[in-house]
Design a protein. Sequence first.
Length: 437
Amino acid sequence: MLTAFARAFKTPDLRKKLLFTLGIIVVYRVGTHVPIPGVDYTSVQQCVDEASGNQGLFGLVNMFSGGALLQITIFALGIMPYITASIILQLLTVVIPRLEALKKEGQAGTAKITQYTRYLTVALAILQGTGLVATARSGALFSGCTVAGQIVPDRAIFTTIVMVICMTAGTAVVMWLGELITDRGIGNGMSILMFISIAATFPSALWAIKKQGTLAGGWIEFGIVCAVGLIMIGLVVLVEQAQRRIPVQYAKRMIGRRSYGGTSTYIPLKVNQAGVIPVIFASSLLYIPALVAQFSGGNAGWKTWIEQNLAQPDAPAHITLYFFLIVFFAFFYVAISFNPEEVADNMKKYGGFIPGIRAGRPTAEYLSYVLNRITWPGSLYLGLIALVPTIALAGFDANQSFPFGGTSILIIVGVGLETVKQIESQLQQRNYEGFLR
């Protein structure tokens, strides 16, 4: 990987793209430290210091924003509204025929869906910004902080509107920065910004583990956590690269005096076909009842049960439900993202077949059978990786601040591998020697 970056910096046009990407990253990180109007920055810093390592319900969103959520900055919402909008549009593409038709139109249809995603991102940013401001005003953003109620001293409606507009505008700027990286930089812009947001929280999380440790001044715990993180990264890379290759043979066709086809290829089915989407879905679904219980008044029985079971990451009910939701959403996402009937029809149309399997419906049934078989280990792997911070490191009391969590590791490894592949492919295009060797 380091060799690919070194070679890229030696190539003038790739060096410009890399420097442009680094410049956008710097702008994004600066924006995560600019507070919005109407916020008492001193009170925010005091509450952040008191709540270090225990971010509660907002830990996932704070991770995706690079720590900007709890700082209540202009980029507080980060890339999360765009991620949510993209997932919603991707799910609606299967349900709404109009969106499915746009997807099949090629580049023009994809551009239209991207435009819809932008509109939905702005709408979600308004909703999430309003919720964040209301949470900060009520003091629930930092439960237990002595000055939580003083974070937003001015309760006027005009101040609230200005704060929501600033957060929404910040989300639009983040979306624009991501598209700039995609067009003029290296890699997928949204993925790069997500990568940077998660990586930015690693130093503070590791240092918090060191300060909480008791063995050799905390360095023993620090070293063990780093070693566990490196092992997890290696295992995730191994599984993310694993795939089942289904051979496909194309029959020869004579058109005039020329013969076409007769080639052999394969269909790569990844073990983790769903990626990190099931983990995000499961986290978001468990986030909703805990959030409702937090904002509801009184001491009802259902509220007490949710706070003791679903709102506590180390509770057996939370762990069990979280694991089964990840497995369920893994199968659900694979079912809507990969259509065996469509793949079988395309193969039949172009004269392709799987050796030993008849074309048409038998091919679709075979692909569905293989996909279900490899989705089981992929979904179990996602569930185990996501629960590592809660189970494996509970003895170090680092389940809240452990940086190498399932979601963060999956995103960082996935984005890193994809970016390196793009750099290597562009290097190969510029240094391809062909038959000259």
